[in-house]
Design a binder for this molecule. Structure first.
Ligand code: SF4
Length: 696
């Protein structure tokens, strides 16, 4: 049972799910809350189905309400003391036998800033392990790396999203907000009304349906399409030469590669006509205000960084970034996709978006933490590499997972499940018994968004305060309490790991001071007062920075960089054995691995299982019709689901949503080929074939 906090006035807060962080107001109602939409710039008073139904997980029968410890092969209820004692004893023993890196930590892009911060500190100070990374590696790391290379700093949208309303042209590359974050569509309506909403996506998604122009390149060729548009921009005399000369560097080197990508050549690679490429170049050049926005479709490739760089090059050629009313931005996916990558749960980063390998950054953060900088580990493995090494002779023997369901969400998921199974000890902190939690030795039930305070940073770099509206169930604790309790048992001094979110945020502010993502001027008090604080906020009287780069980019010389990139195509091209290309994505009703939304009756009822989208001709050639159960096979595995025939699909593509477990895990087939810079796996394309399910 839950206990109401006693305050019947609505509590202003934000949605538990995606990066839009829609404003909502919660009123306690029995053991749960009533959700009402709240006017906030991101959502303008709207919520999607996921937000409207988010309260049902608070008192759901699926909710974990007591710690569980595995004995005799089964999970059994345990006290918190017993569960934390078991964890501390096993971790200590494994580290004594195998060294500090025997214990890994895996975080999530949905954790609050305070949790992400404390998790990074816990791994590096209390455990002394280098083996920490998080699921944001799977969704944002390519755009982050490309943004940093081009602009010297990475903030998803370096402008308020409400700026989009006045644009003539918005180019969405690999983004489907009509299903992932529907209220965001309101910001695109102005461009759509002016005939300038362009969607680049191999599928005719609900977003593409609403676009004025839909360009459907073959999966894995978005980079080539950008090169074609760039070529047309230069060849047709549309380059913003004044901007390029005054605010950028690297154009000549970039052009040496692009010069051979004339639109007819690119048409043969992508399937997008040369005329459409030239038309897009003219559209961007003729716009009063224009934006290029990329998302997972561009990023989740073994060439994801280069693909985003190519689209940033297009934006730079038209003089968009750092100009009021125009720009380039990346649409973050997870609730705290932006903040989650700034505070130190990433393998190579320290708080303030600092590099772990930077001696000055180590010195600063170690000073805040009260430890010797030399005691901080070096950067460890990236997310997939970490999962791939679990239980191997030189890999981690134990892992703590916070806010992630890697058994479903990681690529090549049977391999990942096998590696999880090879661990000596697995701990998860979660809200429901996710597929990963079901494999764990200890499962810790943790609080949800309506039961705790904490900050999030949305996709435009605005820091938001989520507020507690009700008490959690009696035996449920915050992840912060978990880390504080474990740190104490691991011998950390009293007070080094506080559990109070505001106290942790105060420490985070000091750790971030002077960094790229400087939160030192953000306080809970300012957030409670409703101030719109976009980082950097270097002082408590600083108004925040809604628009970055207006005067200069963050590189030392103030110039943005064109980055020379070339098209190479998917890591696994189709062949005679696997002639199709499989791609994955989301549906409106579900979020990420679906662990939460599959437990919401309205959402699970609307979309209870996966499906396979395929062109009717492709289905017919495989002897399949609508509703038949089919299997999509790749070199790594097979996923089985009912067929949905979609006439707008490219005949060479099959699509599977990735929210479902068991034999419907889309990631059974995905390719873990990694981008060499971001270490992002190639979720978005692999060679595949489709057969009737009975044939397998
Ligand atoms: Fe929540 Fe995102 Fe839906 Fe808004 S769009 S209600 S933040 S899931």
């Amino acid at each position: 049972t839950t206990v109401d906090a006693g305050d019947e006035a609505p509590t202003d807060t934000h949605c538990p799910y995606c990066a839009l962080q829609c404003g909502m107001a919660l009123t306690p109602a029995g053991g749960t809350v009533d959700v009402a939409p709240r006017s906030f710039p991101a959502n303008g008073g709207g919520l999607c189905q996921k937000g409207w139904t988010s309260a049902s997980l608070l008192d759901s029968p699926a909710r974990l309400t007591t710690p569980l410890v595995r004995t005799g092969g089964e999970l059994h209820p345990a006290t918190w003391d017993d569960a934390l004692d078991v964890i501390a004893a096993r971790l200590t023993a494994l580290q004594a036998e195998h060294g500090h890196d025997a214990v890994a930590v895996f975080g999530g892009g949905g954790l609050t800033n305070e949790k992400a911060y404390l998790l990074g500190k816990f791994a590096r100070v209390a455990l002394g392990t280098a083996q920490i990374d998080y699921n944001g590696r799977f969704c944002m790391s390519s755009a982050a790396a490309a943004g940093k290379a081009a602009f010297g700093a990475d903030r998803g949208m370096p402008f308020p999203m409400t700026d989009l309303a006045d644009a003539d042209v918005i180019v969405l590359v690999g983004s489907n907000p009509a299903e992932t974050m529907p209220p965001f569509l309101q910001h695109l309506q102005g461009a759509a009304a002016r005939g300038g909403l362009v969607v680049v996506d191999p599928r005719r998604t609900p977003t593409a349906e609403q676009a004025n122009v839909h360009l459907a390149p073959a999966p894995g060729t978005d980079l080539a399409l950008a090169l074609g548009v760039l070529h047309a921009t230069v060849a047709e005399g549309l380059l913003d030469g004044t901007y390029v000369a005054g605010r950028t560097a690297g154009f000549d080197e970039m052009w040496r590669t692009v010069a051979r990508y004339w639109p007819e050549h690119v048409e043969r690679i992508t399937g997008v006509s040369a005329a459409d490429q030239r038309a897009l170049a003219h559209r961007l050049a003729g716009a009063r205000g224009a934006y290029v926005l990329t998302a997972r479709g561009a990023e989740q490739h073994a060439t994801g960084v280069d693909t985003v760089s190519a689209w940033i090059n297009v934006a730079l050629a038209h003089g968009l970034p750092g100009r009021a009313g125009s720009g380039y931005g990346c649409l973050t996916g997870q609730g705290n996709g932006q903040g989650g990558r700034e505070h130190g749960q990433k393998a190579d980063q320290l708080p303030g978006y600092r590099a772990l390998a930077d001696p000055a950054a180590r010195e600063h953060v170690a000073g805040v933490w009260g430890v010797d900088p030399d005691s901080l580990p070096a950067p460890g493995r990236s997310a997939y590499e970490l999962l791939d090494a679990l239980g191997e002779p030189d890999g981690p023997k134990a892992m703590l997972v916070f806010g992630s369901n890697v058994a479903v969400s990681a690529p090549r998921s049977q391999r990942v499940a096998d590696r999880l199974g090879a661990l000596d000890f697995l701990v998860t902190a979660d809200v429901v018994l996710s597929e990963t939690a079901a494999m764990a030795d200890v499962v810790l039930p943790v609080t949800q968004w309506a039961e705790e305070d904490g900050t999030m940073t949305n996709l435009e770099g605005r820091v938001l305060l989520r507020r507690k509206a009700i008490d959690p169930p009696d035996e449920v604790r915050s992840d912060l309490d978990v880390l504080a309790g474990l740190a104490e048992r691991l011998g950390q001094p009293a007070g080094r790991f506080p559990a109070d979110p505001e106290a942790i945020f105060t420490e985070l502010r000091a750790a971030s001071a002077g960094g790229v993502a400087d939160y030192s001027g953000v306080t809970y008090e300012r957030l409670r007062d409703g101030e719109a604080l976009h980082w950097p906020v270097p002082a408590t009287d600083h108004p925040g920075t809604p628009r970055l780069f207006l005067d200069a980019f963050a590189h030392d010389d103030g110039r943005a960089r064109f980055v020379a990139v070339d098209h190479t195509g998917p890591a696994e091209p189709p062949d005679a054995e696997f002639p199709l290309q499989a791609t994955t994505g989301r549906v409106l009703q579900h979020y990420q691995s679906g662990a939460q939304t599959r437990a919401v009756p309205e959402l699970a009822g609307a979309v209870p299982e996966a499906h396979i989208e395929v062109h009717p001709d492709t289905a017919a050639r495989a002897g399949l019709g609508a509703g038949d159960r089919a299997t999509v096979e790749s070199r790594r595995g097979a996923v089985t689901a009912p067929v949905r025939c979609v006439a707008s699909m490219r005949p060479d593509v099959v699509f599977v949503p990735f929210h479902f477990p068991g034999g419907q895990r889309a990631n059974l087939i995905t390719n873990p080929a990694l981008d060499p810079t971001s270490r992002m796996p190639e979720f978005k394309v692999c060679a595949a074939r489709i057969v009737p399910a009975a044939d397998v």
